[in-house]
Design a protein around this ligand. Sequence first.
Ligand code: 13P
Length: 250
Amino acid sequence: MKKILILTNWKLNGTKKKIKKLIKKYKNIIDKIKNIKIIIAPPLIYLDYTKKKINKINIKLAAQNIDLHLSGAYTGETSIMMLKDIGIKYVIIGHSERRIYHNEKNNIVEKKFNLVNNNGLIPILCIGENYAEYQNNQTKKICIKQIKFILKKTKTKLLKKLIIAYEPIWAIGTNKSPEPREIQKISKYIKSYIYKKHKELYNKTIIQYGGSVNINNFHEIIKQPDVDGALIGNASLNGKNFISMIKQIR
Ligand code: 13P
């Protein structure tokens, strides 16, 4: 049975009270289903708080972003050193909301990805096409271009795992998503590209799908053979629904 990697991206949502409640719900599921691994990405300000709350629960944490600098006069930023200091293992890199609202182009994404990897943490790379590109059958081309750009400077031997989240921009927060068989096709294509170009990453590559994952489509998506998990935004914020969704794995 394959292991399913669930990453919940809480984006700019939550309060201490809400986080406490959500963790309680998440705990129920993690004890009951053996073949899942859950990583939570809370807002940066709540990382340390969430870490205390998940004490002894088998849940890991991811940061939603980092700065390129390690320290210095960069008001408002958080560095990889600080994440290391509080024991965080994963960082989401290249999310389309950062690419769009913070103008993070591929060159910034590449630098952040490699900064995370070179410092011994695990980057989770988000890639995906916009709607016009999807309609014009450009998905494969766009995804490979994004991956290629990142991996050309990556010390792949340092990668404990290559985690890629395929998140079509048009599917994020829209209640629209590609058909599960389309997600399978692109996941398979990405894996075969990586295995061809980077043999050292064979069996070390995890492809997640993200973009309007919900209780109705979750099961069908994660049962696709080359889909190893899901990156879930909105549907991870309602504890009850999240649990019902994850229970479908059994
Ligand atoms: P939604 O699940 O809300 O569409 O968000 C997906 C996402 O962006 C996860 O990173």
